[in-house]
Design a protein around this ligand. Structure first.
Ligand SMILES: NC(=O)c1ccc[n+]([C@@H]2O[C@H](COP(=O)([O-])OP(=O)(O)OC[C@H]3O[C@@H](n4cnc5c(N)ncnc54)[C@H](OP(=O)(O)O)[C@@H]3O)[C@@H](O)[C@H]2O)c1
Length: 429
């Protein structure tokens, strides 16, 4: 790469949603370098050459790794996806050849971020991944640049648009999770295999990256605690609403007593709260710091156009010449953060029970909670009969998590309780 190139020659591996979006973006909105040069795609790679847009002007590579090594490109853009395989091999190859890399691949960065950062830093080239988190809504750059040096306490929000769309549609239409998921798949909002999204893994990749940027620690996807949406029932959405909450899939990274907690799980947010208000496929994020207080951003988290715009912004940064540590500190100094003990967490919770319709049930539940020192915040009993029982819902005050889980297990064992209790945490917002 020459810093005075008139043209910054871009090699793009992956021409799907994002790669196709980038081709269109650069055709419509040229990106200029400070010295007057501009970015131009010169070579591409995908599995097949068949496209519904014109790629005849670009050199074709059957092998993305060969494209990454090509002396005819200045910047390698990886838009294939997956934490391993070709995407990883190609990114490593580009970095080893001293080429700046731009990627939208959250799985790759969450799983191999530290090793790739070490490679990039050894070569003195940037490794940028704005598009990996929140698509077109700036989040990575905000943490890496605008908030560098700030003492951050937490980052938390809605990072998976597919899950948010499903939850929003369930509430709006009164349809079941399975129905709405099937429709989302038909409309192309959800993948044919939706596990990565609804299992919470996609959001976990993203929050792992944000945690590393926020707290200057090694990305540690392996230790993220992940609970997806698959257990959410329509009745939970309705009951939560009756109590003044909306259910969201919340991804959070928090610093607690020197440890870092990275989690994804369904959570109740108060109806008037911005997280509850972010509907459809929107993403939303709160960042909290000691000096800055709270910042909130909301916007598109995926889609061809928004994601391509984030990739283009990274290409523009490469041309501007900025090279920063990939995760706030040099890769060699990144440590894996200590986890957080369950007893250090104090969630409030929503607990739904299906109980026998007979006297003394509420007293038995209350006594069990009192014996465990769990205090009840609210109680709701609905006059409906379901599977031979009556649903009751309670919310608790903040309780050490192991105590809460033990109390719920004991309640589940009461003879009057007909189904395993359903517990959903109330978001700390
Ligand atoms: N879609 C979004 O809204 C979004 C948002 C944020 C981040 N991302 C990330 O962006 C990346 C790309 O996502 P996408 O939605 O664009 O995926 P996609 O539509 O499935 O496109 C993937 C592209 O990679 C190509 N490809 C697959 N294996 C390849 C290989 N071995 N060598 C060369 N090319 C190969 C495919 O070729 P063929 O077309 O020939 O099959 C396809 O063009 C992923 O890391 C994803 O997580 C996506």
């Amino acid at each position: 790469m020459s810093p005075i190139s008139k043209t910054w020659r871009i090699g793009v591996a992956g021409l799907g949603n994002v790669g196709g979006g980038l081709v269109k973006f650069l055709a419509e909105a040229p990106l200029y370098a400070p010295a007057g040069g501009r970015a131009e795609i010169v070579a591409v790679s995908a599995r097949s050459r068949k496209r519904d847009f014109d790629i005849s002007g670009y050199a074709w590579f059957d092998d993305a790794v060969a494209l990454a090594a090509s002396p005819d490109i200045d910047i390698f853009v990886e838009l294939i996806g997956g934490s391993d395989g070709t995407a990883k091999a190609a990114v490593e190859t580009a970095l080893k050849h001293g080429k700046p890399v731009v990627t939208a691949n959250k799985a790759l960065i969450a799983v191999h971020g530290q090793a790739l950062a070490a490679l990039a830093e050894a070569q003195g080239v940037p490794l940028l991944f704005e598009a990996a988190v929140m698509g077109g809504t700036p989040a990575v750059k905000m943490l890496r640049e605008a908030l560098v040096g700030e003492d951050l306490i937490s980052v938390a929000g809605i990072l998976n648009g597919t899950c948010n769309y499903i939850l929003t549609e369930m509430e709006a239409s009164g349809r079941s999770f399975a129905d709405v998921l099937a429709e989302a798949q038909r409309l192309g909002y959800a993948e044919a295999d939706p596990t990565t999204d609804i299992g919470g893994f996609d959001a976990a990749h993203k929050i792992t990256i944000l945690a590393a940027l926020a707290f200057g620690c090694a990305p540690n996807y392996a230790d993220a605690e992940i609970e997806g949406l698959d257990q959410i029932e329509l009745q939970d959405i309705r009951l939560a609403h009756d109590l003044g909450y909306r259910i969201k899939l919340v991804a959070s990274a928090e610093r607690i007593d020197g440890g870092v907690s990275v989690r994804v799980h369904p959570a109740l947010a108060p109806l008037e709260h911005p997280l509850a208000q972010a509907g459809g496929a929107l993403n939303a994020l709160f960042i909290e710091g000691k000096r800055i207080g709270r910042i909130f951003v909301q916007g598109p988290g995926a889609g061809s156009g928004p994601t391509a715009a984030a990739v283009a912004a990274d290409i523009s940064d490469v041309m501007a010449g900025a090279v920063r540590p990939v995760f706030q500190k040099p890769a060699s100094e990144l440590k894996t953060a200590r986890g957080v003990e369950g007893s250090q967490r104090l969630p409030r919770a929503y607990v739904r029970l299906l109980v026998r319709d007979e006297p003394g049930v509420i007293a038995a539940v209350s006594e069990t909670l009192a014996e465990e020192n769990v205090s009840i915040d609210s109680f709701l009993q609905k006059p409906v009969h379901d599977a031979g029982g009556v649903p009751i819902v309670l919310t608790t005050h903040a309780t050490p998590e192991p105590v809460l889980l033990r109390a719920i297990e004991r309640i589940g064992a009461l003879p009057q309780v007909l189904q395993p209790p359903r517990m959903i945490r109330i978001a700390r917002v």
